[in-house]
Design a protein. Structure first.
Length: 151
């Protein structure tokens, strides 16, 4: 495939994937930290009939089983269809669902930029943690250790 970013087969060809890079990246705080998130359209399919054909919008480009799992876990949006009669009838729904991706990415970039530009003081954060997970005076050593680990 000419425009494919990655193509592969997993589990001796039982599962396959193809990914395409979307043309627009999500830029977080372009004037400051200038972080870039690259979204991909990923198609996952199985040839064993145990899982549906899936299309994801995700920041992960699958190249192996691990990155395929991350792509599924962190997908912004997803669409799937079982291998059955009438599957092609659902293409309109897929176009609509996946068409929302650009809007979602722009909104996500605005939210991430707002968060990146928000200052928080370390002392304020510690006070919040102390309020959320207080350590009682009579806590056992084990409980104290667990609460400190959570913090």
């Amino acid at each position: 495939m000419k425009n494919a970013h990655s193509i592969g087969a997993l589990h001796e060809g039982q599962r396959v994937f193809v990914s395409l890079r979307l043309p627009e990246s999500v830029r977080v705080d372009a004037a400051g930290i200038h972080d870039e998130i690259v979204p991909f359209v990923v198609m996952l399919n199985s040839h064993d009939g145990r899982s549906p054909a899936r299309v994801l919008i995700t920041p992960w480009r699958p190249v192996c089983a691990n990155t395929e799992r991350f792509a599924v876990r962190d997908a912004y949006t997803r669409w799937s269809v079982r291998h059955a009669a009438g599957a092609l009838d659902r293409l309109g729904e897929a176009r609509r669902t996946l068409g929302l991706t650009t809007v979602y990415c722009r909104q996500g970039a605005a939210e991430e930029t707002t968060l990146a530009r928000t200052d928080i003081l370390i002392d304020d954060m510690r006070a919040l943690i102390d309020e959320l997970w207080p350590i009682e005076q009579d806590a056992t050593a084990h409980k104290r250790l667990m609460l400190l680990a959570r913090r």
